[in-house]
Write a protein that binds this ligand. Structure first.
Ligand code: PLP
Length: 407
């Protein structure tokens, strides 16, 4: 008899985006003349940088001749991209990461979801609340949690991010083995200082734990004092894996390219306490289960690091951050408290009421779509997330409507 992985049955159906879609469709049917503005989804809206498009085209042309053609590439990624990443994203910032420690992939979603399979079944896992749901669901699928009860899974240590702690979770009181952190954060837009990040690195060292650091929104950091990578913290190479993506930094959500840094020193242990290199395990997994990212896509990603690519991606980020500035200014003027928006495309707003009530109020009175915070975890209740990913004109129109209705 073929039997299923019953841990899948514990998963809560994600009603969040289907619920949003259902309410938006109902509203549109009732108000066919109304132009709905979506500030809910975390997907970029602007075209790929020209430098990436040109490199993409050129690489496709190479594939069109027998001499330029490439078949299976190295699973870890082509050297030209791994070297450009190591040089520009790490060594230029004083973080000693080599190209051999970088694994190119088709998404930070896949990598943050797959990494857990390297670790044993009985580890204790700490996950933020609110959270990007992939960290939690992939551990549920793997059988590392108990049942879902009163909004939470048994067996998970939840790291609460609240107004009181500035949406930066505090160190857990109990001992944990694997820690998920995400800064700049999705959904709260909060950031972490070097000193705060240092306490996590120290915790991981003292407790033989490992940090999974999701820096998918690193490109949005404007404050020069903030860490751009966890490897700016001394000793982090031993205890941290970092995830990055071209999705938001260069508009690659539909093109697909990301990478994961697993330093050679990064360690984990077997049952007898012997040290093992996580790098070797991830390399083994990557080579066994992943075919690599296509050559043209890797060429397009490498163009991000050309002179024109750097200018064009900086311009993309500036565009979205200008939207974020406008949202923050208007929300503040309306007397709402918020976090994020400064070094992040997300603005996390205290709606002063139930998340879904605020969602309905915004949709029905202004035609603007947000994301209810409760969909990201129980600490998100009472909040909504607005995203800066839209055209400036749409954001301006959305904020004018919100000012008119809620002001
Ligand atoms: N990590 C976080 C925190 C995200 O918000 C997202 C996408 O929204 C991802 C990772 C996924 O990135 P990718 O498009 O590279 O899979």
């Amino acid at each position: 008899m073929i039997t299923i992985n019953e841990h899948y049955l514990k998963l809560q159906a994600s009603y969040l985006f289907s619920d949003i879609a259902r309410r938006v469709t109902a509203f549109q049917e009732m108000n066919p003349e109304k132009n709905i503005i979506k500030l809910g989804i975390g997907d970029v809206t602007r075209a790929l940088p020209q430098a990436c498009v040109e490199a993409f085209h050129q690489a496709v042309d190479e594939m069109a001749s027998d001499t330029g053609f490439r078949g299976y590439g190295p699973e870890q990624g082509y050297d030209f991209l791994r070297q450009a990443i190591a040089e520009n994203d790490f060594r230029a910032r004083g973080a000693d990461i080599s190209s051999a420690e970088i694994f190119i992939s088709d998404g930070a979603k896949c990598d943050t979801g797959n990494i857990q399979e390297l670790f044993s079944q009985d580890i204790i896992i700490a996950i933020p609340d609110p959270v990007y749901p992939v960290y939690l669901d992939t551990n549920v699928m793997a059988g590392r949690t108990g049942k879902y009860k009163d909004g939470r899974y048994e067996g998970i240590v939840y790291l609460e991010a609240t107004k009181e702690n500035g949406f930066v979770p505090q160190l857990p009181k109990q001992k944990v083995d694997l820690i998920y952190l995400c800064f700049p954060n999705n959904p709260t837009g909060s950031t972490i200082s070097k000193d705060e990040l240092k306490t996590w690195v120290e915790y991981a060292k003292e407790n033989n734990a490992l940090i999974l650091f999701d820096a998918a929104y690193e490109a949005f950091i404007r404050d020069e004092s903030l860490p751009r990578t966890i490897y700016e913290i001394e000793g982090a190479k031993e205890v941290a894996i970092e995830f990055r993506s071209f999705s938001k930094s260069a508009g690659f959500t539909g093109t697909r390219c990301a990478y994961t840094v697993v330093p050679k020193e990064c360690r984990a242990f077997d049952k007898d306490g012997n040290i093992h290199h996580v790098h070797d395990l991830w390399n083994r997994r990557h080579c066994t289960k992943f075919n690599g990212v296509s050559y043209p896509v890797q060429r397009a990603a490498a163009a991000v690091y050309s002179e024109s690519g750097k200018q064009q991606t900086a311009e993309l980020i500036r565009y979205y951050l200008r939207n974020a500035d406008l949202i923050c200014k208007e929300i503040k003027a309306l007397g709402y408290e918020y976090d994020g928006g400064e070094n992040s495309p997300y603005i996390w707003i205290d709606g002063k009421r139930n998340s879904w009530d605020f969602f309905d109020l915004l949709l029905n009175s202004t035609g603007v779509v947000c994301t209810p915070g409760a969909g990201f975890g129980s600490c998100g209740e009472g909040y909504i997330r607005l995203s800066a990913f839209n055209s400036y004109e749409n954001v301006a129109e959305a904020m004018t409507r919100i000012r008119r209705e809620l002001g």
